[in-house]
Design a protein around this ligand. Structure first.
Ligand code: PLP
Length: 361
């Protein structure tokens, strides 16, 4: 790009690194992908059946109409249709929220470690992220309230990615009762847990909860998510949306996934069993891990390398993918984030860790 062209680009965009999602699985000989943060039980058979039917109906000819989908989501979370807005995944919802509320120089509070996209969307709008460290991975309402006097928005993640921990209920409640700006709670990882803040959206009109069909429902490639909030907020965020959200095939598959209650409960059981297996094996190896209630969690790989990037590379050479957790602003350099997978892939991961640790001793 010529300098003249480059000068036309907004400064916020110019400052951003070019990031591309490039899964390594196909490029490498991967035996265990612990970096995939999705439902290890995968997608419902009923969803796959629906996909076959859809190919005959040729629904892709039409622009998507979303009233059935909105009704189903509102029943699922127990709110009215007017309190729900659908978007291109949770990430698409967060993007719309940032477009609606964050202007240049606005402060956004982000307790860390957490999912890195809140920072991204804040910066895209020219806003300033303010990171507040969660000591021992715990939310402190006082710490946040002290530093958020002139902040416009707070981004929280519950259960949190990368720790997999639930935010302390009392702290959350204190924060919601005292912060006057917008509070966004990302519940992308909540469907296979007891975490559910939906009732709070009826009481607090500054609260927005976002959820995803990418995780428990196994539809990450369909890009379907939704936001739940007071009608006042939804009406404003709707203005930055498109009338054609979300793609029709994604909506149809999400409807089938929501209706398969048995798959949701089986996924939860599967996740619990495999998570407990991993906890037990990591404990045996003397590796600290956070006590996640969901798919993902942090593991301290100091026994392999004090640098998480290096540890991830060493594992990669053995066919195991993990996420270098530095992207989440973790308090220690040796943390990687892993996500529960099938027993076969979990076992490969554990065996590779044991081999590396034993070799070092
Ligand atoms: C906490 C959290 N929020 C949001 C997302 C993005 O979800 P979606 O695929 O619905 O955009 C992820 C994906 O990893 C996530 O971990």
């Amino acid at each position: 790009m010529t300098q003249i062209m480059l000068d036309l680009v907004r400064k916020e965009i110019k400052q951003m690194p070019t990031e591309e999602y490039a899964p390594k699985e196909e490029q490498l000989n991967v035996k265990s992908n612990m970096a995939l943060n999705i439902n290890p039980f995968r997608v419902s058979e009923k969803v796959l059946q629906k996909l076959r039917v859809l190919s005959e109906l040729k629904v892709h000819h039409y622009y998507p109409e979303n009233s059935d989908f909105l009704r189903l989501i509102s029943e699922y979370v127990g709110v009215n249709k007017e309190n729900v807005l659908i978007g291109d995944g949770c990430d698409g919802c967060i993007e719309m929220i940032a477009h609606t509320f964050i202007a240049a120089e606005d402060k956004a509070i982000i307790p860390v470690p957490t999912f890195h996209r809140y920072e991204f969307h804040t910066k895209m709008m020219g806003g300033s992220p303010v990171f507040i460290e969660m000591k021992n991975f715990k939310l402190s309402a006082d710490d946040i309230l002290r530093q958020s006097k002139d902040a416009k928005i707070i981004f929280l993640c519950n259960p949190n990615n990368p720790t997999g921990l639930e935010l302390e209920k009392q702290e959350l409640s204190k924060l919601i009762n005292n912060f006057k700006g917008i509070i966004v709670i990302d519940e992308a990882l909540a469907d296979a847990t007891d975490v559910n803040g939906m009732a709070l959206t009826k009481k607090y009109n500054n609260l927005i909860i976002v959820r995803s069909f990418s995780k428990t429902f196994g539809l990450a490639s369909c890009r379907v998510g939704y936001a739940v909030a007071s009608k006042e907020i939804i009406d404003q965020v709707k203005k930055v949306s498109s009338p054609f959200k979300v793609n029709g095939i994604g909506q149809e598959l999400a409807i089938a996934a929501l209706q398969d209650k048995e798959h949701i409960s089986k996924s939860r059981e599967f996740l619990e069993t495999e998570r407990n297996y991993l906890f037990k094996e990591l404990d045996k190896l003397g590796l600290f891990h956070t006590k996640s209630i969901t798919t993902n969690f942090l593991v301290d790989l100091e026994r392999i390398s004090s640098n998480s990037g290096k540890a991830a590379k060493i594992l990669e050479q053995k066919g195991v993918l993990v996420t270098d957790a530095s992207v989440f602003k973790v308090p220690k350099n040796s943390y990687v984030r892993i996500a529960v997978n099938t027993r076969e892939e979990n076992e490969v991961f554990v065996n590779v860790l044991a081999e590396l640790i034993n070799k070092k001793q």
